[in-house]
Design a protein around this ligand. Structure first.
Ligand code: NAD
Length: 372
């Protein structure tokens, strides 16, 4: 089948859905791969590398594609140019993007949303949320380390001892655990908190101290967190306040699927932090864990500099694209039948869960209901 790689057009998107290494694998599996010239440029992959890997440059990759791969969903005018029966693979935030879902349905395009790939063991190698969260967790920690005008590690020198930085991480999912690991490698003293009971052991296994609060844990379905009641949120903020006041660097990564990010840290709590302290809010784009954080900007709150993450994986576009491309290659492997043609088996829970539209129908029930 013909697999197309598009050049991303969304502002700030530097990643590419398939890297040359992935093209080599797809060509070896018998696929025909075409790419828009410059598709990998922002992620540091040259056109020559795509050609060497066996992909053909094309000015129009859409009109005869079987599968179109992109990081961000295609603009609606491009969706309308896709052949009926073709497939798109991209991130597709369905709840915020109903108009685009309707366009995909009307164009009879089968759209796979990378966010909807079920978080089950068998799908781990296809889990783009995890691969990109790994990049975000690392990146936000080194950004915080760069902003902090202090050492991370303990230094015992003839001229005296320099104490290590104190880092607090809130939210210990994939990104939070990577943030903890990165801060530990740099030598900081790390404390972390998450509402899920299982997280405490994971935090400790990374070498950090788990912050134990006298509060009920909040497990939801699929190993995710549940939303907090306002009472519990208030109590959590009160109990966390002294830990935050003592931190040199606060990193927040908390999320609840399908909801706005929980507000974990108020402006008053940030105002209690020391002169020169730094806050990194990875959830700034989805409402923010920290009051006052702004996605894509650094703002001053009290005596702290507060950095709001905005498309953080795109800030390390080359490794982020490599990981994402491998997720997509694995998904394509799952969905390819004989003769290197796409064979969608909706009895497979990964395929069933991930496809938003197929054959003129919105398959994803909450989105179908929202569209009316
Ligand atoms: P996420 O991005 O939805 O949330 C990040 C973290 O924020 C989670 O750990 C969550 O518990 C935490 N959080 C939510 N509300 C909070 C609050 N009020 N205070 C503090 N922390 C709060 O989560 P994620 O990183 O995508 O993963 C969450 C879970 O799913 C983890 O248990 C992870 O191990 C699991 N997972 C499983 C698979 C798989 O089996 N394929 C893949 C990825 C993740």
């Amino acid at each position: 089948m013909r697999i197309a790689i598009v050049k991303e057009t969304a502002p700030g998107e530097a990643r590419v859905a398939l890297v040359p290494e992935a093209v080599t694998k797809l060509v070896r599996s018998g696929h025909d791969v075409v790419y828009e010239p410059g598709a990998g440029q922002a992620a540091e992959f040259a056109d020559a590398e795509y050609e060497q890997a066996g992909a053909q440059p094309r000015d129009d990759v859409l009109t005869d594609a079987d599968v179109v791969c992109s990081v961000q969903p295609l603009p609606i005018d491009q969706i309308r140019r896709l052949p009926a029966g073709s497939t798109t693979i991209s991130f597709l935030p369905v709840a915020q993007d109903l108009e685009r879902v309707a366009a995909l349905r009307d164009a009879k395009v089968s759209a796979l949303a990378l966010e909807l790939v079920p978080r089950i063991s068998r799908a781990q190698s296809m889990d783009a949320l995890s691969s990109q969260a790994l990049v975000s967790g690392y990146r936000c920690t080194v950004v915080g380390a760069g902003m902090l005008r202090k050492f991370f590690p303990l230094n015992m020198t003839a001229a005296g001892t320099v104490q290590p930085a104190e880092v607090v991480v809130l939210g210990a999912g994939v990104a939070g655990l990577q943030a903890i690991a990165t801060a530990k490698r740099l030598g900081a003293v790390v404390r972390a908190y998450d509402v899920r009971a299982a997280a405490a052991e994971e935090i400790r296994s990374m070498g950090a101290k788990s912050i134990e609060l006298e509060l009920e844990t909040l497990e939801g379905s699929g190993g995710y967190a549940r939303e907090m009641t306002e009472d519990r949120a208030q109590r959590q903020r009160e109990l966390l306040a002294p830990y935050i006041a003592a931190a040199d660097l606060l990193i927040t990564t908390a999320a609840v699927p399908g909801r706005q990010a929980p507000l974990l840290v108020t402006r008053e709590m940030v105002e209690q932090m020391k002169e020169g302290s730094v806050v990194v809010d990875l959830a700034a784009e989805s409402g923010g864990n920290v009051e006052g954080s702004v996605a894509g900007e650094t703002v001053r709150v009290g005596r702290a500099d507060v950095w709001g993450g905005s498309n953080v994986p795109s800030q390390m576009p080359s490794p982020a694209s490599k990981l994402l491309a491998q997720n997509i290659v694995n998904l394509l492997g799952l969905m390819t039948g004989e003769e290197a043609a796409l064979a969608l088996d909706f009895d497979d829970e990964i395929v069933d869960g991930a496809f938003v539209t197929h054959d003129g129908v919105v398959r994803h029930a909450p989105t179908r209901e929202a569209l009316g």
